[in-house]
Design a binder for this molecule. Structure first.
Ligand code: CUA
Length: 367
């Protein structure tokens, strides 16, 4: 017999190891067992109760099996066993016990649903809209100090820790799904439909979120961050956001960026960015793409696919031709803009910053 490891096994093993380590590192970020969320805690308590019941049933059935096999072993009983037909007590037991078990599980599930499903009166409401391939987070109760409209942020959801967040989710184009596992449940984002559910966490931090329904070429690149701030810091953020006016351009570069952003550049065939993007406190009021008001205070680009330094390295290639760096990106290419114009646009959008005390990155650890 050939005792050598078959070649396909030796090839598959490293792949399996890679898969396991990938799952382990992903588990550090996306964790449905994160007990700092009351939503996750309630689901976990129910799961534990059901798991304990399952273990008891498994033990009971195993015991009965081994008892029967042992008691009626062939070497103990040479003749045919007693023959009988029907046993009412046994049949009642076989029907009664499963009915009791299923009833207990149903009551447990109903109890948990009654806790996690209703929207608490003091919940913070956030309207979430999924689109190919990014997220809009709107705060319907936070009206802008100047004029009409409410606070909106793109791809970064800022919330207070220790409070229930009522997420009302919908979609612009195809079906997406909102999922921030460390903070609780998941819901499909369906065009024309609005669903409200709760997420929460007791522990301030930056958490990872993802779209969780296959929605096109960049489904895997449709990420977002949830930044859970201590209540006071959240209040500082939201009131600064309500009264925010984009800072005026400070130098020639930012000024040129501002002009291209709001008027485009006909000689380079570039349409104004403002026809799709909003910047609070400027004429830019577009609703098609992500809100750019606090772009300079954000830490991510491309719906969470680049962060920090990586993000800065990708801003110019992104403006030039975003579909080349993120498949399926719908922003039209700006291939004829000069490198200087791209630099100026980058300088302008990076200047769009919240006041330092209201900026939310770096104030809480990444979980
Ligand atoms: Cu949006 Cu997957």
């Amino acid at each position: 017999m050939n005792t050598q490891t078959p070649r396909y096994v030796s090839r598959l093993l490293p792949l399996c190891a890679l898969g396991l380590s990938g799952a382990a590192s992903a588990a550090q970020i996306l964790n449905v067992g994160d007990m700092s969320s009351s939503y996750n805690r309630n689901i976990w308590y129910m799961s534990i109760a059901v798991i304990i019941m399952a273990i008891l049933i498994f033990a009971g059935v195993s015991y009965a099996l081994f008892y029967t096999v042992n008691k009626f072993r062939e070497d103990k009983h040479t003749g045919e066993p007693d023959q009988f037909h029907g046993n009412n007590r046994l049949e009642q037991l076989l029907i009664g016990v499963p009915v009791i078990i299923v009833t207990i599980i149903t009551l447990l599930a109903a109890h948990t649903m009654a806790i996690v499903n209703p929207t608490p009166k003091d919940a913070l409401h956030v309207n979430v809209t999924g689109a190919q391939f990014w997220w809009a987070f709107e705060y319907p109760d936070s009206k802008l100090a100047a004029g009409t409209g409410t606070v909106v942020n793109g791809n970064e959801l800022v919330v207070p820790a220790g409070r229930q967040i009522a997420i009302t989710v919908t979609a612009k184009d195809v079906i997406h799904a909102f999922w921030a596992p460390n903070l609780g449940g998941q819901r499909d984002a369906i065009p024309g439909s609005k669903k409200t559910f709760q997420i929460d966490t007791d522990r301030p931090g930056v958490y990872q979120g993802n779209c969780s329904v296959l929605c096109g070429a960049s489904h895997a690149n449709m990420r977002f961050k949830v930044v859970a701030l201590p209540t006071e810091q959240y209040n500082t953020f939201i009131s600064a956001a309500q009264s925010y006016k984009a800072p005026a351009p400070q130098n020639a570069s930012e000024q040129n960026g501002y002009t291209i952003f709001n008027q485009g550049k006909a000689s380079a065939g570039a349409a104004p960015c403002s026809s799709c993007h909003r910047v609070q406190g400027t004429p830019a009021a577009g609703q098609v793409g992500p809100d750019m008001s606090f772009f300079g205070s954000r830490n991510t680009l491309g719906a969470g696919i680049w962060e920090g330094k990586d993000r800065e390295a990708h801003i110019k290639p992104w403006i030039q031709h975003c579909a080349a760096v993120k498949p399926g990106c719908l922003m039209p290419p700006y291939l004829k803009l000069s490198d200087q114009d791209l630099t100026d646009l980058e300088a302008y959008i990076l200047s769009l910053k919240l006041p330092d005390n209201a900026a939310y990155w770096g104030k809480v650890p990444v979980r």
